[in-house]
Ligand binder design. Structure first.
Ligand SMILES: CC(C)(COP(=O)(O)OP(=O)(O)OC[C@H]1O[C@@H](n2cnc3c(N)ncnc32)[C@H](O)[C@@H]1OP(=O)(O)O)[C@@H](O)C(=O)NCCC(=O)NCCS
Length: 185
């Protein structure tokens, strides 16, 4: 089966492969990467499980879940991961997420990858609404979401129980009509 891929100016987003393990584990075990996440820092077993689950999504038909490696094409190097998931086909709603190796932060890669995921969601997955959630302190991710056209819709109080403590979640979303009007000349 041919691998799914999305191309951007600098990046290739493609299905994970088990041979990606070392590069994925390098960022998945970084404490700063999982600081605002519900998972991690990963053990090797956690990363192996993540990769096997992500690769398992590739053979589903219809395909509603995409967890992808984000590659810097010029160096053929994995910068991080990003995904888009159809959470409700009935409502044409989906969500995106991403995380990058700390060595690659602040160069616009997350924005470029998130933009590609949003475009794929509206143009190919027929979504009408795409959302993302962040921890309240995760300003870098909130910036990325706003830069790809998402609006802050509110805070869900004590939404997640993370490492033994409840925390709020910030909800961001973009709808298809916003996306289309942002493309008009
Ligand atoms: C969030 C994350 C993906 C951002 O990746 P990135 O490649 O650095 O993002 P970009 O370079 O595309 O853009 C980040 C933006 O946030 C800004 N930013 C970075 N750190 C910031 C901070 N602490 N406070 C405010 N803004 C910040 C950057 O300046 C940039 O905005 P600008 O282009 O207007 O200057 C990355 O930090 C990461 O992987 N974090 C760990 C995992 C994670 O939190 N994932 C998201 C879960 S919701």
């Amino acid at each position: 089966m041919s691998k799914f891929q999305l191309q951007t100016r600098r990046l290739l987003l493609r299905d994970f492969d088990i041979t990606d393990f070392d590069q994925v584990h390098e960022y998945a075990c970084q404490p700063e990467v999982s600081r605002y996440m519900e998972w991690g820092p990963n053990t090797k077993d956690d990363t192996r499980r993540f990769l096997i689950e992500s690769i398992g999504l590739n053979s589903k038909d219809p395909r509603l879940d995409f967890e992808l490696a984000v590659i810097l094409e010029s160096e053929n190097r994995i910068l991080g991961g990003g995904g888009i998931h159809v959470s409700s086909r009935a409502n044409n709603e989906g969500w995106i997420g991403y995380c990058f190796n700390q060595d690659n932060w602040g160069i616009g890669y997350a924005t470029e990858a998130a933009q590609a995921l949003v475009e794929y969601g509206f143009n190919n997955l027929q979504l009408n609404r795409i959302f993302a959630t962040t921890a309240p302190g995760n300003k870098a991710s909130q910036n990325v979401l706003q830069k790809v056209g998402m609006k802050h819709e509110g805070s869900m109080r004590e939404h997640k129980l993370v490492r033994g403590a409840y925390r709020d979640t910030e909800l961001f979303a973009v709808i298809k009509s916003d996306f289309q009007s942002s493309r008009e000349p």
